[in-house]
Design a protein around this ligand. Structure first.
Ligand code: HEM
Length: 285
């Protein structure tokens, strides 16, 4: 498309988005039809929403944009060589992204349920283990007292392991099929952020039981943070709440694990998959 025509097309989109497209007499139209009460109710809600938020206008714009973008995409391997009926040996690996997404979903759901029983406190706990914290005791309770608690915790643990492995293998598949190349660079970069945040999930979750394993993993993390030139002390304070492992450390790990990371990762996965939807899947050349 010549540059002038592209600008004209873009202006047209903006212009249509600003002005309502038509003034259709929806109520009159509804009266003409023989509708059941359910149909009437449904249409009434839709018309009510459309009058206020002009959803139809915006959906039409989205559809137009979708086709414009799709028309500009380079042809896929299948389209180019007319391979519609052929099995391509990479195809089974294409499911790894979905596998990561499903594992994430399972981890999120099981994690939300674990949240009903876990408490992120380093204060002395009341279970029969010497020096155990409340955090440790609530997890011991999940394993021994809560019905199917051990299963819930195992589902959370294993879905997290599977997600980490699947994300890593998915990244390898994208690399070896060259799917990171133009026009998919942005999705590769979002992927790099996603794999880092997946590891962030792993590390913050590892510290939550506040047992020996968690404590010493925390100590290693804290010392790694402190060893960063110039910004070390600042990073240690930001991530670990000080220069020693305390209640502030556990509090931070908890809020990162159950609040910040889930919001950011869910949003990024949605954008990541939306981009795949718009661009189509790349195929090996
Ligand atoms: C939470 C982690 C992730 C999830 C849930 C996820 C999900 C997906 C899904 C469902 C697809 C569709 C194709 C397929 O299944 O292979 C996809 C494609 C893609 N992913 Fe990911 N992904 C994640 C992490 C990553 C990482 C770590 C990278 C690379 C650094 C990456 C880069 C890409 C690229 C470039 C595509 C497009 C590939 C193509 O068009 O063939 N993703 N992702």
């Amino acid at each position: 498309m010549p540059a002038g025509a592209a600008v004209a097309a873009a202006t047209e989109v903006v212009a249509v988005a600003i002005e309502p497209s038509d003034e259709f007499d929806q109520v009159g139209w509804m009266e003409e039809k023989e509708l059941t009460p359910v149909e009437k109710g449904y249409l009434f809600v839709l018309i009510w929403m459309d009058k206020r938020f002009r959803i139809v206008d915006y959906l039409e714009q989205l559809e137009t944009m979708y086709y414009r973008i799709n028309l500009q995409m380079p042809k896929s391997h299948t389209e180019q060589y007319n391979l519609d009926n052929k099995f391509w040996y990479w195809y089974p690996l294409y499911a790894l992204g979905s596998f990561s997404a499903i594992a994430y979903l399972v981890a999120a759901l099981s994690g939300a349920l674990l949240g009903f029983y876990y408490s992120p406190s380093t204060a002395a706990g009341a279970c029969n283990v010497s020096n155990a914290s409340v955090a440790y005791c609530t997890i011991a309770g999940i394993m021994t007292d809560v019905n199917f608690g051990f299963m819930l915790r195992s589902i959370h643990f294993w879905s997290a392991q599977v997600m980490t492995a699947a994300v890593f293998l998915h990244m390898l598949r994208v690399y070896f099929t060259g799917a990171y190349k133009e026009p998919r660079e942005l999705n590769w970069l979002i992927g790099v952020v996603l794999i880092s945040l997946t590891m962030g999930f792993g590390y913050t979750g590892y510290l939550l039981p506040w047992d020996q394993l968690s404590f010493w993993a925390g100590q290693i993390g804290l010392e790694m943070a402190l060893s960063i030139p110039l910004a070390g002390e600042w990073v240690a304070q930001l991530m670990f709440g000080g220069f020693r492992l305390t209640q502030s450390t556990l509090q931070r790990m908890y809020i990162l694990h159950v609040f910040l990371l889930p919001f950011i990762v869910t949003a990024l996965i949605a954008i990541h998959i939306a981009i795949v939807w718009v661009q189509g899947i790349a195929e090996p050349h």
